[in-house]
Design a protein around this ligand. Sequence first.
Ligand code: DX5
Ligand code: ZN
Length: 219
Amino acid sequence: MNERIIAPSVLSLDYSKMTEQISILNQSKAKWLHFDVMDGHFVPNITFGPDILKGFKKSAHQLLDVHLMVTDPEKYAPIFIEAGAGCVTFHTEAFDNDLQRISALLKKNHEMGVLTGIVVKPDTPIELFESLLDQVDIVLIMSVEPGFGGQSFMESVLSKVVWLKQKKEEKQYAYRIEIDGGINLNTFQKAVEAGCDTLVAGSFVFKGDICANIEELLK
Ligand code: DX5
Ligand code: ZN
């Protein structure tokens, strides 16, 4: 099993205290920061552009894990890589699950020197992408409908995590299994037991003591 990584989602950061909260994150045990890019079209919400990512790149120590919730990942992946992403994941649904286009973008992201992988919404079967598993550094399983923080964890998606873990062991793949949505003290153990090694957490981490909350998720 890979080392567990906590990726606080900066969607829930308090932007009136941005500098202070980034400096707390820099002292925390979080190794990645999760950066939710929403275009108001693929999902009904709008978040950050590449210039904001550049600001994080200058001030945060962590690897920047960019989750593209956009209709046109082929256009935006290179832009966010240039802006400082260390990992880029994009939704298969944005390509109508077209394996060739997904594979081509994974290849292009690798050529630009970043970690990369796919994301699936709760209703998208993961088995469709078995032929791509030798090409990904990470598979991100959504445990809420993408678009907003603070939603409830959907336990039904854990069967996808179990399947991914089995495939990984069977074929000796090295990808990380990341989960995103509704991770808190009541849910993270279930995700870890199913096989997740990378936990995104937004509202849970930023409520109260950020460093202590991150440490709780590492227990
Ligand atoms: C939702 C985002 C998540 C979100 C998670 O579309 O992808 O990363 O920030 O927030 P919580 O942890 O509050 O569910
Ligand atoms: Zn996310």
